[in-house]
Design a protein around this ligand. Structure first.
Ligand code: FES
Length: 81
């Protein structure tokens, strides 16, 4: 989804930079998001907050999703292993 229409920046681009450890200011400088009309700034900041590695809410949500996913089943771990 395009977050910044003026600079054609997608949520995936913002998320990728946030996961790499960049904060909003760094991402803004790198991608130019929210540097023209500014209408996208709050949405772009939300994407950064959700994807930031040190964001505690995101970490809790991610941990919950991992536990609920089919890839993680503690009962399927064999006792003989
Ligand atoms: S929509 Fe991002 S600066 Fe205008």
């Amino acid at each position: 989804m395009i977050v910044c229409v003026c600079r054609r920046v997608s949520d995936r681009e913002i998320a990728s930079h946030a996961r790499a450890g960049m904060d909003f200011d760094d991402i803004q400088f790198e991608l130019g998001v929210a540097t023209q009309c500014g209408q996208c700034e709050s949405c772009a900041r939300d994407v950064v907050a959700q994807c930031s590695a040190n964001h505690p809410v995101a970490a809790i949500q991610l941990a919950s999703r991992i536990q609920e996913s089919a890839a993680w089943h503690p009962s399927s771990v064999s006792a003989s292993a």
